[in-house]
Design a binder for this molecule. Structure first.
Ligand code: N01
Length: 538
């Protein structure tokens, strides 16, 4: 690409966010190009190909709604779609809306610098430079794999993989001694399948997680027909829920229910399966005592499933339910009844080092042929911070966010004009059904750009005051909940040295209302620069 290539917008990342952003900008008549580091589109669903990878939001909800024809015609096969099926879906969308011409694969965006003299973003990629008025980060919340810096990794004589960068050819575990490090969602999905193949599986667990059964299966055609007959209403109803998904939220409080009522409610939700378990009572994520009623219920389930009492106890979390993201599994706890599976507690004595033969914990060697790092991501900020992003006066995003991310609405950063972050920190993002949240952000950004052009405004940027107030609000809302009570990736606690700041915004409906109001109030909290350079009075 030549130095002079000039676009209206650069979009970074060709996952579900980047693909739809391109579609919206094309409809506005803008020249836009998506740059994607991978060799295919799909983002999360391109990279996370580990065994058992599937979405834990139900298929009928985890799909685009911008095209009624698309949502009526696409047929999901299972209650929870597998990674290959979702990847096929994204590719179908790219073909159906003829988006591929403007998606450049195998191209990593390395830097994006705002030049105040020309009001443009100067973007450096691994395939050359480009300039654009808008720079839109569709980089994903969980796209920067975190492989802890274990001593001796380079000396390991076997093979190792990270769940978030899985080989396309797959991995054959047959007859192998396998170690999985981590027990988050990726591990909990992959462990039952790896255990079926491996000669022996060692699970190295630092913190146990709560998981509820998926009860996955073929999608119910009658349910599909009934949703499709009134898809819009189904979406609208789901969007009124706190997590923006159909968790069958109850208004009842666990604190006010009798033990018998709670037991019946939790049993019914356990039997139905899925994350809707958290919708059982309205106070579960706000009242620690209420939360512990759900925690005890799940611990009792674990003790009933896992035959070895010591292993069962080690698998029982002591944290609040939901403060680390809840998991949804198929046969996870049952897997620990297999004779070829060993749980190794690394909470007190960590994995000391990787050796040529495997790894050691507390002086004890474990011989392994394959190590699977299910160790998660530098969430929400990692993918942005590894790009050299500089705003006004050359300010680096890494400096601005040195003590934690600061945004207005998770969409805009003061000092970085015409830079947008899709599902950025400070927005519901990972505390919501990601796909509708992506669509909401893409629509907001596209509408904003349309507004700017209709009013001869060349640039828009969050004010410091609006950003400060928003960051304070995000923290205040989180502080009133159980979320900051454990070492989760929501807080950045999984990455050594990362500032502990609660990053997502809790509460889809309040958030969406705020975004609508901001736009209706002539982009309240934003500074606008008229074409020609002067500030536009608000
Ligand atoms: O990552 P995680 P993930 N030594 O961060 C452990 C989404 N997702 O890839 O808890 C030993 O949750 C770490 O231990 P601890 C979903 O939002 C969705 O599983 O920090 N262990 C933890 O157990 C999810 O939440 C889907 O003490 C170490 C694990 O590694 C998010 O992605 C599927 C360690 C990391 O768990 C991330 O999930 C998959 C160390 N040095 C993922 N470092 C679905 O939709 C880390 N750990 C289904």
């Amino acid at each position: 690409m030549s130095e002079s290539k000039r676009l209206d917008a650069v979009i970074v990342g060709a996952g579900l966010a980047g693909v739809y952003m391109l579609h919206r900008l094309r409809k506005l008549g803008l020249t836009a190009r998506v740059f994607e580091a991978g060799s295919g589109i799909g983002g999360t669903w391109f990279w996370n190909r580990y065994p058992g990878a599937r979405c834990d939001i139900e298929s009928m909800e985890y799909s685009y709604q911008f095209s009624d024809a698309l949502q009526r015609e696409w047929e999901w096969t299972e209650r929870y779609a597998t990674q290959p099926e979702i990847l096929r879906y994204i590719n179908h969308v790219a073909d159906r809306f003829e988006l591929r011409d403007d998606i450049q694969l195998n191209t990593r965006v390395q830097a994006a610098h705002y030049d105040e003299s020309d009001g443009l973003w100067h973007v450096a990629t691994s395939a050359g430079a480009v300039t654009a008025r808008f720079c839109i980060m569709a980089t994903g919340c969980l796209s920067c794999a975190n492989t802890p810096d274990f001593e001796g990794l380079g000396s390991f004589g076997g093979d190792w993989y990270h769940t978030g960068a899985w080989p396309h050819a797959g991995v054959d575990f047959t007859g192998k001694r396998v170690g999985v490090i981590g027990t988050g969602s990726s591990a909990i999905q992959s462990i039952p399948l790896i255990a079926r193949q491996a000669d022996h599986l060692y699970v190295f667990q630092r913190t146990p997680n709560y998981s509820v059964p998926a009860h996955n299966g073929p999608i119910d055609p009658e349910q599909v027909a009934s949703i499709k007959a009134n898809y819009r209403a189904f979406r609208e109803e789901n969007w009124t829920h706190g997590f923006g998904a159909n968790f069958r939220d109850s208004a009842a409080l666990a604190a006010e229910a009798t033990p018998e009522q709670r037991q019946a409610e939790y049993e019914a939700r356990w039997a139905a399966g899925g994350l809707a378990f958290l919708g059982a009572y309205a106070d579960l994520v706000f009242d620690p005592q209420a939360n512990q009623t759900a925690a005890k219920f799940i611990r009792d389930k674990i003790r009933a499933i896992v035959q070895d009492p010591q292993v069962a106890e080690a698998l029982c979390p002591t944290t609040m339910v939901g403060c680390k993201r809840m998991c949804v599994d198929t046969g996870y706890y049952e897997t620990f009844n297999r004779s070829n599976v060993t749980l190794v507690d690394v909470s007190k004595a960590p994995v000391e080092r990787i050796t040529p033969m495997g790894l050691t914990v507390d002086g004890k060697p474990y011989e392994l042929d394959i190590i699977v790092f299910a160790t998660g991501f530098d969430a929400m900020t990692g993918a942005l911070m590894r790009i050299d992003i500089r705003g006004r006066s050359g300010q680096r995003l890494t400096d601005k966010w040195g003590a934690g991310p600061r945004t207005y609405l998770g969409l805009s950063v003061a000092g970085f004009p015409n830079l947008f972050t899709i599902t950025g920190p400070g927005s519901p993002s990972v505390l919501s059904n990601m796909l509708p949240s992506i669509e909401q952000h893409v629509n907001w950004i596209a509408d904003c750009i349309e507004h700017l052009d209709a009013h001869q405004i060349s640039a828009i940027e969050a004010t410091v005051a609006a950003e400060d107030a928003w960051v304070e609000h995000v923290n205040a809302v989180a502080g009133a909940s159980i979320y900051p009570t454990c070492n989760s990736w929501y807080l950045g606690a999984n990455v050594p040295g990362k500032p502990r700041v609660f990053m997502p915004y809790l509460g889809v409906p309040t958030y969406v209302e705020k975004c609508v109001q901001v736009a209706a109030d002539d982009y309240d909290g934003f500074e606008k620069i008229a074409c020609g350079g002067s500030a536009v009075a608000s």
